[in-house]
Design a protein around this ligand. Structure first.
Ligand code: NAD
Length: 286
């Protein structure tokens, strides 16, 4: 184990719980913090579900490892207590700048001086938040992808003020919890992955709303032409059509046309993508 041993994750939502569980799965003691006991109780139940998923999908997890991970997670709704021993705090709270600013202001005052803070924010730059942390030298982004046990790349991105030692320690930690660390040299909205993915998805949605081709044909073209396993509309189904709608509806006119299209044809019919068994494609239920 490297220099970061005690890990606290803020937020037990979709990503926070996955990050906490994966970290515990790899042998680290983890404190998972959320705002109140009601949310914590739900998170505990979801952690059991996650253990079941690991047993089904991660080789070796069923031989006691998935259950042992549960024992290494402590849940807390007391921020001061949750961070008092933390070497690293990974923040995965809602993507709302006011909530994040408020949380970093409190966290900066409560956490020990040694603690490094990492944000999992997908759309905010760490420099948007660094002044609220009170320790910009020990603050950076550590960005995971949904389903961390499958899509195991973690993007590490500092600001101009991030210490190299903190950057390197977080990169090493990412490797220790089974992620492939993607070290980003300069701040960039969208990191590497979304800088590649978003233009592809936008181009695909334009082809559809401009009436150029149907989703199946667009996906087939991409798969055959590049050898990629999935086309962009298959990716939309994985991302979830609600997220696709939320992002597109605040974009330019073409993106808004796509938002209207997916709302009318899918969301209003309860077809939200892979999670509901139907989106652009149908998926067999378990
Ligand atoms: P989510 O809405 O599922 O979970 C957010 C959690 O934070 C909830 O449990 C909520 O109770 C808790 N919370 C609310 N206010 C809080 C506070 N003040 N302090 C601590 N916890 C608080 O969100 P999510 O999808 O897990 O996203 C969290 C972060 O991860 C966001 O910054 C998002 O950009 C990023 N992210 C999400 C995904 C994804 O696919 N969902 C992927 C990569 C990164």
């Amino acid at each position: 184990m490297g220099s970061l041993k005690n890990i606290t994750v803020l937020g037990t939502g979709v990503l926070g719980l996955q990050i906490a569980y994966q970290t515990a799965y790899k042998g680290f003691p983890v404190v998972a913090y959320d705002i109140n006991d009601e949310v914590i109780e739900k998170a505990k139940a979801r952690a059991l579900d996650l253990a079941t998923t690991y047993k089904e999908q991660v080789p070796g997890a069923a031989d006691g490892l998935a259950d042992a991970a549960l024992d290494r997670i402590t849940f807390s709704s007391d921020l001061a207590d949750a961070v008092k021993d933390a070497d690293l705090v990974i923040e995965a709270i809602p993507e709302n700048i006011d909530i994040k600013k408020d949380t970093y202001t409190k966290l900066g005052a409560l956490a020990p001086e040694k603690t490094i803070f990492a944000t999992n924010s997908s759309t905010l730059l760490p420099s948007d938040l660094m002044e609220f942390t009170g320790r910009p030298d020990k603050f950076l982004a550590l960005h995971f992808a949904n389903k961390v046990w499958v899509f195991n790349a973690a993007e590490i991105m500092g600001t101009e003020k991030t210490d190299l030692a903190a950057f390197q320690a977080v990169s090493a930690f990412a490797g220790e919890i089974g992620m492939v660390p993607i070290e980003i040299k300069k701040e960039k909205a969208g990191y590497v992955l979304n800088s590649l993915l978003v233009p592809l998805l936008n181009a695909a949605s334009d082809l559809l709303t401009d009436g150029i081709a149907e989703p199946e044909m667009i996906d087939k073209t991409w798969r055959i032409g590049t050898g990629a396993p999935f086309g962009p509309f298959q990716m939309f189904d994985v991302i979830g059509l609600t997220t696709a709608y939320n992002v597109s509806s605040v974009g330019g006119p073409k993106q808004q046309a796509f938002a209207a299209y997916i709302k009318e044809n899918y969301i209003d019919k309860g077809k939200l993508g892979l999670s509901t068994g139907e989106g652009f494609y149908s998926y067999p239920t378990k």
